[in-house]
Ligand binder design. Sequence first.
Ligand code: NI
Length: 188
Amino acid sequence: MITMDNFVPENHPILREVAEEVQFPLDNDTVKLADEMLEFLINSQDEELSEKYELRAGVGLAAPQIGIGKQIFAIHLMEYDEDGNPTEPIMSQVMFNPKVISHSIENAALQDGEGCLSVNRNVPGFVPRPRRIKFSYQDEKGAKHVLRLRDYEAIVIQHELDHLKGIMFYDHINETDPWAKDPKLTII
Ligand code: NI
């Protein structure tokens, strides 16, 4: 299973490289990797397992973060009830060879900024990204899907997509004024 020990350090060059496209059909190692990446996220959001294995909670994990330069990321996003208990998954899958087809001109940013499992420190500031995206990806079988997402889901996907291009979330933060209130930026 994947634990925090599998993560490369923040300064590892693989986090700054463009990941390679995945060929289909998947080989056995890649099938196993994909399953383990999703399992990691599920475990990381589980109170008991995350404590037992000392996992930092995450909603997305890209292959370069664990030292594998392939265009693969896993997403595990749950919906929560008023008491903070998970109800049903909004998105829980592994995506291969994702590509943005189009995006909105309007940008959005999370009100508290972003974090990353590869970054063991708080980097404050708005991370502006297109508010809506249309993108394609392949599933485990190689079938192509097109998804349109907005707001939080779109931001999570773009954070992971960036990992496949060697981009870190803080590359998008305004260096001189991290919390600059741009009237054109929607805070969500
Ligand atoms: Ni990240």
